[in-house]
Write a protein of this length. Structure first.
Lengths: 226, 304
């Protein structure tokens, strides 16, 4: 599904984001990416959805070489990769429903399809009773569920979550992780960047550890170590 | 496609209203630019009208000796008519000249008495030659030096309108140069203001644009509202210009009518006759300038 070959990302002038990263994530896998602050986890995530381009090496997603992806193809890629962030990135002036619908609107989807997809997605993330609330009326966990819902509207093959639980307490964190697991069970490949030892240990899934931009360990059913 | 254009339109209107005052400033500048251009056009129309009026009055009166042969006069008329610079030749026969003179001096006993004393018609035939343009004047005078009838001509009478036309021309040319410079400056300011408006729009919507990008909105979808907003502003600017311009024209029209002593000063007529062309082209030009400026702003501030 995802294949990195000797990927380096050097930010100008010479800050190392990641260096010499090679990895292969199979379809339907759930991978946690861990590491200290500033070790290149977010850089790795950004390379996945083409927010950054690699300085060296090649990146392939679903057989598509996105190493030198053209600007006008990025929207196509983004519709196949859902992204979720620590700060939710919701539009404050739009309701829960509108925030989720927005992702379909900007992709030019028909209203009929939007009316079908949005409620279905809101059901998956368990937000049906709150469709008319605004982001400021939501808890952190609920807001993150809206963001996940929005990431799911295009039925992406890959979901990239960069510290989605960074702003949440334990209970909300568990809820979000359970949701990600559920999405993964439906067949979506999930890449979860996290700091949270509990989360990683409870997951019992593959763990990739980064240090100074390099992969120092890659273990099936790994545990958080550092 | 239809759905997208509806959404793009809604985004565009949102941009417009959220930066209401910026929109007002932008439109004002566009109106100012359009107004200067239209005032320039108005100036040309007035100049054209004034020069036309003066040129209408340009004529050379050619007086023949009373002894002249009719043949010579006819030859002169035919020759003058053949000149491209000549618009019209009016012939006044000796008898008509006499009658006109009598009619003009009917009340003046002294003149009438001396005319009677002469006993015969002292007038020769007269030609009134009208030129196409003021510049043609000299050529016509030259033509009258033709040896075929030079000696039959007693006198030539003309008023030098060329100078008047020249003066109108040089004055309006100077005003026009000033107007063009002013339009150019306004246009430049308009471009800068449009540029800044788009920059502000991008800045205000940066969060929204960032999210659009993340969820896979195409570049076209992100940019289209800004373009559409500018087309909208151009349209409003043109409407405002029309609303301001026509009352001004209606006010000026009677004034010029008096000044030119004609039935119509032709200002309103000029703008109504060529309205579609003039305002169509102005709108097109404005839109192109705005789109150009918008493209520049987006290239600079809307990095992918
Ligand atoms: N846009 C950028 N320009 C320059 N340097 C950058 C940029 N983004 C990240 N970096 C640098 O690249 C390195 C890796 O950053 P990255 O954000 O990937 O770390 P991270 O592992 O996500 O950290 P954290 O856990 O704090 O989020 C850091 O040294 C950072 O300063
Ligand atoms: Mg990070």
């Amino acid at each position: 599904m995802i294949r990195f070959k000797h990927v380096s990302k050097i930010y100008p002038p010479n800050v190392v984001g990641v260096e010499g990263v090679s990895l292969h994530i199979r379809p339907g896998e759930f991978v946690s990416i861990v590491g200290k602050s500033g070790t290149g986890k977010s850089t790795l995530a950004k390379l996945l959805f083409a927010e950054e381009r690699p300085t060296r090496g090649t990146i392939e997603i679903g057989g598509w070489d996105i190493t030198n992806i053209h600007d006008r193809d990025i929207p196509l890629l983004r519709r196949q990769i859902g992204v979720v962030f620590q700060d939710f990135k919701l539009l404050p002036m739009k309701t829960v429903y509108e925030n989720v619908a927005f992702a379909l609107q900007v992709a030019g989807e028909r209203p009929k399809r939007i009316r079908e997809v949005v409620p279905a997605v809101l059901k998956i993330v368990n937000l049906e009773p709150m469709t008319d609330r605004y982001p400021r009326q939501l808890s952190g966990g609920e807001a993150q569920r809206v963001a996940i819902g929005r990431a799911l509207v295009h039925s992406p093959k890959v979901l990239v979550a960069d510290e989605p639980t960074g702003n949440l307490d334990t209970i909300n964190t568990r809820e979000i992780v359970d949701l990600l697991k559920k999405i993964n069970e439906f067949g979506t490949t999930v890449a979860l960047v996290t700091h949270d030892r509990e989360v990683v240990n409870a997951l019992k899934k593959r763990v990739i550890t980064l240090e100074d931009g390099k992969i120092t360990s890659d273990v099936e059913e790994g545990r958080y170590k550092l | 496609m239809l759905v997208s254009s509806y959404r793009v339109t809604r985004f565009a209107f949102q941009n417009f209203w959220r930066n209401f005052w910026l929109s007002v400033i932008t439109i004002s500048m566009l109106v100012l630019t359009l107004m200067t251009v239209n005032i320039l056009l108005l100036l040309s129309a007035v100049t054209q009208q004034a020069i036309g009026l003066v040129e209408d009055r340009i004529e050379v009166s050619v007086y023949f000796h009373d002894s002249v042969e009719q043949e010579t006069v006819d030859g002169a008329v035919a020759y003058l008519r053949s000149l491209s610079q000549v618009r019209d030749v009016e012939t006044i026969s000796a008898q008509e000249a006499y009658d006109q003179f009598v009619a003009r001096h009917e009340g003046d006993e002294q003149i009438m008495a001396s005319l009677v004393e002469l006993g015969e018609n002292p007038f020769g035939p007269t030609l009134v030659v009208k030129a196409e343009q003021a510049e043609d004047f000299a050529i016509i005078l030259d033509a009258l030096e033709n040896p075929q009838f030079r000696d039959a001509i007693r006198d030539k009478d003309f008023s030098d309108y060329e100078q008047i036309v020249e003066r109108i021309r040089s004055t309006t040319d100077r005003i026009r140069a000033f107007g063009i410079a002013l339009s150019a400056i306004f246009l430049l300011i308009a471009i800068l203001i449009v540029f800044n408006t788009v920059r502000m729009g991008i800045f205000i919507h940066r969060e929204e644009i960032g999210i659009m990008r993340l969820v896979g909105a195409s570049n076209g979808f992100i940019k289209a509202p800004f373009y559409l907003e500018m087309v909208l502003m151009s349209l409003i600017a043109l409407s405002v210009t029309l609303i301001v311009l026509f009352p001004i024209l209606s006010m000026l029209e009677p004034q010029f009518r008096v000044y030119f002593a004609t039935e119509s000063a032709g200002l309103l007529a000029f703008f109504t006759r060529n309205g579609f062309l003039i305002f169509g082209l102005e709108f097109l030009g404005l839109v192109l300038v705005c789109l150009f400026s918008t493209t520049l702003a987006m290239r600079k501030f809307l990095k992918v």
